[in-house]
Design a protein around this ligand. Structure first.
Ligand SMILES: Nc1ncnc2c1ncn2[C@@H]1O[C@H](COP(=O)(O)OP(=O)(O)OP(=O)(O)O)[C@@H](O)[C@H]1O
Length: 775
């Protein structure tokens, strides 16, 4: 065991009197503290700005702040990648505030992936400038979905620094850019905060929105410099260059001080005498375990954020922690709350203030608080389930220990009952010793680039040189053939009547949002992406809002409405879907004897056919059938086929093929996030004894987004590592014949039946052997 640290002490005290430390703690390590290195204030910074920083408690800048600020001030796009709480905000505030105060027309644009982060950054700039009258004319202002119409008008006319997000930039600013002409003409800086967040479909869409932004600004006469920041960005210069389509310089040498951070990996115990689907053993859920730790840390007076993967998980964790406290320390019940996206704006602001001010000691949250929100004084972070990427894990960890005095902190990763989490808590080096993953984006995906071409042409005539630079020659030809784009002398224009902006949901959803309404009060409870509505707010689904439970009575996809009533059942629901896959093209293929591995394009047809009701203990109550319309997705998949002879020779008899392949597929989906920066819910899979397109036992793992998002491509490229880790995860699981930690999937359309754990180990071993023997 390690020397006593702040973190190990907190854990020990919280667990005193239980044997949880011995049975659940799988690893503990300490990241040592570090002292600061300072630099002189740059000579171009006006003295009144230096004074403002000094008044706010910043006496001297750290070295990386000056390096990045200097590069940007002198006209270079910069990717600043230094640790969490390393003061990246000041690195862009220095050149921006200097330029805005020296040039009375100049403007700046700040982009963040979440509204919470944007609000936090405005608060930070406003408090920096408060009391310094020479800066009052800068008027930093939010312009996002929460901003009132009058304030929007005011912001367009007066603000010199607009804080927004890529969604609003796309739909509310670029679409009507003529009204912003003055702003764009004088645009000098664009900040892209938390760059690593722009990955997958969202990243590809944002990359295209940024290309549109740069062309509009330049055509208006502006020449902005881009400053990209992230604490967890692989190859920062290349990543920013990919995002904006122009070369950038990286600053990575971190001069900020850091407290000592203790990282603990935690695997909840099996629940005695409880069985799950098909009689499998059940571990105490990551949510319950996180709630217990959260309540214990709160009792110890440790200010704690507890991250949960889902909005529902957040609500349940907060509720459970409050329930535990009501029995042991009732005076603390009201100091614990839930925070997540989907709350209405006022509720969010109120909670953000209560967290910053310390009125709340424990907060269960989704990743809405993961990014950049500067809450100082937090002692501990509980990560309830691996968040899907190493980058997210460190971002969440970095919310604690932001105070300058000691800054010591504790981070606990609580494993969910799933193969990847199980693998990571038993292979700490795969989490703690691994660099953050490169962001996967593909802005040339025809499904993604095509609607942006229409937007770009609607904004300004599109030039052939731009079309080539975007890799979109074929897509433009298709749009021209469909009569959507017309070539004229000045370039390509959209056909009359085409209004493309509203058709893009840059977060990857299809066709907008479904509103969830309480029919007893007509209150709007929140929204859900319509692509996910059938699996989350189907009739009979349990929906939780602010700790209150609702059961959905009706889902109306035409009107985008889910109608629910308040009810407190003792079960939760999870949808069951069926899936069919058809291969439409083979992109790349590798044959290794009886094994063929390929990257293919596919049509995937989904249908929600019912849902399971599960008691809070994990026990399945019943399965309910539903009749929902099918949906088809054209996407990319990594697939493999094996010959029946090879399977039989390896020891899997023909009757066991379905269970063995199905179990191997589930586990492989669970482990794909190890090699592709994706989430288990971004991908899907199908296994079959004999697929009509191959005539062989076949397994597909596909991207859950139209046109693909690059995840299957990663799986194909890193097949060997991916499959070896999957085999290892299944083989090392202590259960007898399959459980959620290895081969069961939380979203299986067939109720996790059939599953053959031993068969899966044989299949995965065979895959690894065949693949490597081909070298
Ligand atoms: N040179 C400095 N000296 C002392 N404190 C500083 C300095 N620069 C920034 N800070 C303080 O450090 C804290 C963290 O800064 P900031 O929020 O900008 O970090 P960040 O790098 O953006 O973090 P994250 O990656 O988590 O978003 C702030 O409270 C800020 O006031």
């Amino acid at each position: 065991m390690q020397n006593l640290t702040f973190g190990s002490e907190l854990l020990r005290q919280s667990m005193a009197g239980t044997d949880a430390m011995a049975s659940c703690l799988t690893h503990m390590s300490v990241i040592p503290s570090r002292t600061a290195t300072f630099a002189e204030w740059p000579e171009w910074v006006p003295p009144e700005l230096t004074t403002a920083f000094i008044d706010s408690g910043i006496d001297e800048p750290w070295t990386h702040q000056v390096s990045a600020a200097d590069l940007a001030y002198h006209g270079n796009h910069v990717a600043l990648c230094t640790g969490t709480a390393s003061g990246k905000s000041m690195a862009y505030q220095l050149p921006i505030l200097t330029t805005l105060s020296k040039d009375p027309n100049s403007t700046a644009l700040y982009l963040s992936p979440t509204k919470a982060l944007g609000a936090d950054q405005i608060r930070s700039v406003s408090s920096l400038l408060a009391g310094h009258r020479e800066f009052t004319h800068l008027q930093p202002c939010a312009y996002d979905g929460d901003t009132d119409v009058e304030i929007r008008q005011w912001a367009r006319a007066h603000s010199r620094w607009i804080f927004t997000n890529p969604d609003m930039l796309h739909i509310g600013i670029l679409s009507g850019h003529a009204r912003w002409r003055h702003f764009f003409r004088h645009l000098r800086y664009i900040v892209i905060d938390e760059c690593h967040h722009y990955r997958g479909v969202f990243g590809s869409n944002t990359a295209l929105v940024l290309r549109r932004l740069l062309r509009i600004a330049r055509s208006a006469g502006g020449n902005p410099v881009v400053i990209g920041t992230s604490a967890t960005m692989a190859e920062p210069a290349e990543a920013l260059t990919r995002l904006i389509g122009e070369p950038a310089t990286a600053v990575t040498e971190d001069g900020s001080p850091r407290g000592e951070r203790t990282v603990a990996l935690w695997e909840p115990d099996f629940l005695p005498a409880v069985t799950g689907e098909n009689g499998a053993p059940v571990r105490r859920s990551a949510g319950s375990e996180s709630a217990r730790l959260l309540a214990d840390f709160v009792v110890e007076g440790a200010r704690t954020l507890c991250f949960q993967r889902s909005r529902r998980g957040v609500e349940l964790t907060a509720r459970q922690a409050r329930h535990l406290l009501s029995q042991t320390a009732p005076e603390l019940v009201d100091r614990v709350a839930a925070y997540r996206a989907g709350y209405l704006a006022d509720d969010r602001r109120r909670l953000e203030q209560a967290i910053s001010g310390g009125d709340l000691i424990g907060v269960a949250t989704t990743n809405a608080l993961e990014l950049g929100v500067d809450i100082s004084g937090l002692d501990a972070v509980i990560v309830g389930g691996y968040p899907g990427t190493v980058a997210s894990f460190w971002q969440q960890a970095g919310r604690a220990g932001r105070q300058r005095t000691s800054g010591d902190s504790l981070v606990v990763l609580v494993a969910r009952d799933d193969p990847l989490d199980t693998y990571l808590v038993h292979h700490p080096e795969a989490l703690l010793g691994r660099p953050v993953e490169a962001t996967v984006t593909d802005p040339t995906n025809p499904y993604i680039v095509t609607p942006h071409l229409l937007c770009a042409a609607a904004e300004l005539p599109l030039q052939d040189s731009e079309i080539e630079a975007w890799g979109a020659v074929d897509a433009v030809a298709g749009l021209a053939a469909d009569g959507m784009l017309k070539r004229r002398k000045a370039g390509w224009y959209v056909a009359p009547g085409v209004e493309p902006h509203a058709d893009i949901d840059i977060r990857g959803g299809i066709g907008g949002q479904v509103l969830i309404v309480d029919t007893t009060t007509s209150q709007l409870l929140g929204t859900v992406d319509s692509g996910r509505a059938m699996s989350t707010v189907h009739p009979g689904a349990l929906h939780i809002h602010q700790g209150e439970s609702y059961v959905v009575d009706e889902l109306d996809l035409t009107d985008g409405l889910a109608l629910a009533h308040p009810e407190e059942p003792d079960w939760t629901t999870s949808a069951r879907e069926t899936t069919d896959v058809t291969i439409t093209d083979v992109v790349a293929r590798r044959r290794c004897g009886p094994l063929t591995v390929a990257l293919v394009t596919v049509d995937v047809t989904h249908q929600v056919v019912g849902y399971l009701r599960t008691l809070l203990s994990g026990e399945v109550l019943d399965a309910v059938e539903l009749d929902m319309p099918p949906q088809t997705l054209s996407t990319r998949a990594v697939m493999y086929t094996l010959t029946p002879e090879a399977l039989e020779e390896a020891g899997v008899a023909a009757g066991r093929f379905p269970g063995a392949l199905h179990a191997a597929e589930h586990a492989a989906i669970g482990l794909l996030p190890l090699v592709a920066s994706c989430d288990r819910w971004d991908i899907g899979g199908l296994s079959t004894n004999q697929h009509p397109d191959t005539g062989l036992p076949t397994v597909f793992v596909y991207d859950g987004y139209m046109g693909g998002a690059g995840f299957a491509d990663r799986g194909f490229a890193a097949f060997e590592t991916w499959i070896a880790a999957t085999r290892d995860a299944v083989a090392s699981c202590r259960c007898e014949s399959g459980c959620p930690s290895c081969v069961q999937s939380p979203k299986c359309g067939n109720g996790n039946d059939p599953l053959d754990k031993d068969g899966a180990i044989t299949v995965l071993t065979l895959l690894s052997r065949q693949y490597s023997s081909d070298d």
